[in-house]
Write a protein that binds this ligand. Structure first.
Ligand code: AMP
Length: 208
């Protein structure tokens, strides 16, 4: 099983990818996570991430390719890639797009800021929490693995506005790219749909 999750920051890609990877034994490839945990990042690359800009396409493709080829799991979920139309084209040069299930998490723009500024995630297993809507049982500690919960450096109001602009300029064309090829499954994911509801919708798509 091979999956792409596309959506704006705060759309729930990380949460859904975590649930799906656990259920189907898939490698969760979060490109943002791989970058944040990469000890070899240069100061320039850290600055790109912390300001909400994008890392060059070719570097991202190499990171993704290496991860896809090294996994021993039954498949993978790509969370955060492709993020530009050029990345989508590069991906199509190494994989058959028709063999990938492409899911777009469709969230009302107005909900994203609140979702992201309250977000905290486990540094160990990646489980995502929200200070108001999905708090952990014990402050700062992951319910699932006991790992340490942290607020991401780029999850602040100032950077977020720019990350959303970057998303609408560079990533929205990726949605149209797959839509035009009839490969896009759109899943409504605004606050009126619970995490479980979204999860069930995705599972239904995967069963088809
Ligand atoms: P994310 O965790 O997916 O929100 O990604 C955090 C940051 O990592 C983004 O704001 C970008 O700076 C960088 N990043 C993650 N994935 C990509 C990608 N596919 N292309 C370029 N930059 C990326």
């Amino acid at each position: 099983m091979h999956l792409l999750l596309i959506g704006p920051p705060g759309s729930g890609k990380g949460t859904q990818a975590h649930k799906l990877s656990t259920l189907f034994d898939l490698e969760h490839i979060s490109t943002g996570g791989l970058l944040r945990h990469n000890p070899n990042l240069t100061d320039e690359q850290k600055e790109i991430i912390n300001s909400g800009n994008l890392i060059p396409d070719e570097m991202m493709l190499e990171i993704v390719k290496a991860k896809i080829h090294s996994t021993h799991k039954k498949g993978w979920i790509l969370d955060g890639f492709p993020r530009t139309k050029n990345q989508a084209t590069l991906l199509s040069s190494i994989l058959d797009e028709k063999k990938i299930t492409i899911i777009y998490l469709d969230v009302d723009k107005n909900e994203l800021l609140e979702r992201i500024t309250g977000r905290i995630s486990c540094q160990n297993c990646g489980t995502v929490y929200h200070k108001q809507t999905k708090p952990p049982i014990k402050n700062g500690v992951c319910d699932e693995c006991g790992g340490h919960l942290e607020h991401r450096a780029d999850d602040n109001q100032k950077t977020l506005t720019h990350r959303l602009e970057t998303y609408y300029i560079h990533t929205e064309p990726v949605i149209n790219y797959y839509k035009e090829k009839n490969l896009l499954h759109s899943v409504p994911s605004s606050n009126s749909h619970s995490i479980e509801e979204v999860f069930e919708r995705i599972k239904k798509i995967l069963k088809r």
